[in-house]
Design a protein around this ligand. Structure first.
Ligand SMILES: [Zn+2]
Length: 159
């Protein structure tokens, strides 16, 4: 990856977050609310013990009406939040190719409470490609926005 590709991706991710039109000092709830409004779907965060499926740190299951985002209970709060933001990245980048439905254990889908047909699925951690990197870039852009709501000097760290 060249630094130019990185910059282009960062700019695209920032534009995606800018289009959310978040309040100047957003909190966690207002970010979720804006993404729900934008997607027209209810977002449910589902804490789950992933057990043997440790290669994946978060999972998105989307139906016509709602989005379930599964995240591991064993991870730290910071890591949980980042993993959830990563799944928001997949939603906001409006990808259709990151479909991993065949790889998802059915009991996991049932445990999450998804009873509707799944129209899209995505994860964090299966393999790194352009979609994964974009989802990560959006996750960081969301984090920068969240941090800007509470602290003023994060620019010193490039945030
Ligand atoms: Zn992903």
């Amino acid at each position: 990856m060249t630094s130019r590709e990185h910059r282009v991706r960062e700019r695209s991710a920032q534009a995606i977050v800018d289009r959310l039109d978040l309040p100047s000092r957003p909190d966690w709830g207002s970010i979720i609310e804006r993404i729900e409004t934008r997607s027209g779907k209810t977002i449910q965060l589902v804490p789950l013990d992933y057990g043997e499926w440790e290669a994946v740190t978060a999972l998105l299951l989307e139906s016509e009406t709602k989005v379930l985002i599964l995240y591991p209970t064993a991870a730290s709060t910071l890591y949980q939040q980042h993993s959830i933001f990563h799944e928001f990245g997949h939603m906001l980048a409006e990808e259709t190719e990151c479909d991993i439905l065949d790889l998802i254990p059915r009991d996991l889908v049932e445990a999450a409470g998804m009873r509707e047909a799944i129209v899209r699925s995505a994860a964090r951690g299966l393999e790194v490609g352009e979609h994964e990197l974009m989802a990560e870039a959006v996750a960081y852009a969301l984090a920068r926005k969240l941090i800007s709501g509470s602290h003023g000097r994060e620019s010193a760290f490039g945030l």
